[in-house]
Design a protein around this ligand. Structure first.
Ligand code: SF4
Length: 177
């Protein structure tokens, strides 16, 4: 069976970023997945109740998404408003959607405080990143979902193929037994 793939809405051209922009990605793999009707679009921050446009937010220095999930540290605007509850709610809603569609793989936008899988902005609002994951990524990874970013589509496709090959082999051996 074919797995669906969770994809950040802003990478699909939806204008859901804090400033009302999108970051559309043109890539053969995404086109193929669209044709195969695999793509499930999500924007964790709008799912969490934040509006477009909204103030830019970063996870405060010294913390990452894993900490936020554990209620340590905050996601803040430049003015210092605490938006953590929106980010946590958005992450949970995203996980609910993923679980509802039996999703195992996600392509989420690099560096975002929600969607960044390897790096996030460092909390100084100076467009600098540090190692760490966003709030949604921490939530999805905790549930066993593999998260790639828009620069890792080849690796994501290879992973998906491996999953589906294993599933077919398991089915074959069940049928043979
Ligand atoms: Fe894109 Fe994720 Fe930010 Fe939504 S929360 S705009 S999907 S990076």
């Amino acid at each position: 069976s074919q797995h669906k793939v969770l994809v950040s809405a802003c990478l699909l051209g939806e204008r859901v970023r804090y400033d009302g922009s999108s970051r559309p990605v043109a890539h053969d793999i995404l086109e193929q997945w669209k044709a195969e009707q695999r793509i499930v679009s999500v924007c964790p921050e709008t799912l969490g109740g934040l509006l477009v446009p909204r103030p830019a937010a970063e996870i405060e220095s010294g913390f990452d998404g894993q900490d936020i999930v554990q209620e340590k540290g905050k996601v803040i605007t430049k003015q210092g408003h605490n938006l953590s509850q929106y980010f946590v709610r958005g992450a949970r809603r995203t996980l609910d959607i993923a679980n509802g569609q039996d999703i195992k793989v996600a392509i989420l936008k690099a560096n975002s405080p929600s969607c960044g899988n390897e790096h996030i902005y460092d909390g100084q609002f100076a467009r600098q990143t540090k190692s760490g994951m966003g709030v949604t990524v921490a939530t999805l990874i905790g549930a066993g979902i593999k998260v790639f970013n828009e620069h890792q589509l080849d690796a994501a496709q290879a992973y998906l193929l491996t999953l589906e090959t294993i599933a077919e082999q398991t089915q074959d051996s069940t049928e043979a037994a």
